[in-house]
Design a protein around this ligand. Structure first.
Ligand SMILES: [Fe+2]
Ligand SMILES: [Fe+2]
Length: 320
């Protein structure tokens, strides 16, 4: 934040935001309908290998049972606990879009229902395969949900920018977790979840593209603020920094992925660096954005070199 007074997290949109949401309502309706047409129905139980399941009262969980490696376990644990916090995300996004029965609220309902499947399928998979201690997992969920999650998005534009980046980040980290696991069952689950996250990203990305047309300078400033402040929603999980470092070392989600596969594709889609007629503050924000992307590139290169020198641990070989 600058010298401005820190805005209070708002439970309801401000008047300005309300106006913007109203103006974007037809586009939200169009994107919602498009989503409903392309999103495929799927069922978590179809993805779970129940044949390998055993009763826990007769055969309790022991640490030798998981077949996933330590980092794959960590990535699944972070992925699931992040999905588990859905009540907080629902509260925040519902607050951002306001009340009523229009397309914004239809979207929140649909999105929430789809997200709920992710935690169901992940927990069922991890429990049936015994790949993570189910007691630790449940205790982690209790801690995580009691703590909840907050993201002070002072405006609708910033909130939309956050969810667009976050959905793509989640799509890629889930997808890479599946590949890293070297378990075809897990891989198939993660491909399925990643396909959902992709459609979510596309909704938020495209509604923000429409917002850029309405309020280009405000939108650019909001996007840059979000890029500079971006944090994954799992940041509140106990031991997150250590676990995120292991996930980065494994190549599942690191600075290179964040910059090249999350930030750049969305920024390019919005043509942020091609927009004309911006006010001075938005131009300044764009300059900061270019500088930030450059710094991320330098840091990512340094990390890659360090990983190459260390030459230890198994690192996901990414395509492209
Ligand atoms: Fe999800
Ligand atoms: Fe999602």
């Amino acid at each position: 934040m600058t010298d401005d007074v820190m805005p209070l997290p708002t439970a309801v949109p401000s008047d300005d935001d309300r106006e913007l949401l109203h103006e974007l309502e037809p586009e939200a309706a169009r994107l919602y309908d498009r989503h409903a047409k392309v999103a495929q129905e799927w069922f978590p139980h179809d993805y779970i290998p129940y044949a390998v399941g055993r009763d826990f009262d007769k055969d309790p969980w022991t640490p030798d049972q998981p077949r996933l490696t330590g980092v794959a376990q960590t990535a699944f644990e972070i992925g699931l606990l992040t999905e588990d916090n859905l009540p907080s995300y629902h509260r925040l996004i519902h607050g951002m879009f306001g009340k009523g029965d229009g397309p914004w609220i239809s979207w929140v309902g649909r999105w929430t229902a789809e997200e709920g499947r992710h935690a169901i399928v992940l927990r069922d998979y991890l429990t049936v395969t015994r790949n993570i201690d189910p007691i630790a997992l449940e205790r982690g969920r209790m801690t995580q949900l009691q703590q909840g999650y907050d993201h002070d998005a002072p405006s609708t534009l910033r909130g939309l920018a956050y969810v667009a980046f976050q959905e793509l980040a989640t799509r890629i980290s889930h997808r890479n977790t599946g590949r890293y696991s070297e378990d075809p069952v897990a891989d198939k689950i993660m491909i399925r979840i990643a396909a959902d996250e992709n459609l979510h990203m596309v909704f938020y990305r495209d509604i923000l593209a429409a917002a850029i047309k309405v309020q280009p300078s405000q939108a650019v400033r909001a996007i840059v603020d979000e890029v500079l402040a971006f944090e994954m929603p799992g940041a509140g999980i106990p031991g997150f920094l250590r676990k995120a470092a292991a996930i980065a070392k494994a190549g599942i989600y690191d600075l290179r992925v964040h910059r090249d596969e999350v930030l750049l594709p969305i920024l390019q889609h919005w043509r942020i660096f091609d927009l004309t007629g911006l006010d001075a503050a938005a131009e300044e924000a764009r300059r900061q954005l270019a500088e930030h992307l450059e710094k991320l590139d330098v840091a990512a290169k340094r990390f890659e070199e360090k990983m190459a020198r260390a030459n230890g641990g198994s690192r996901l070989v990414r395509a492209g």
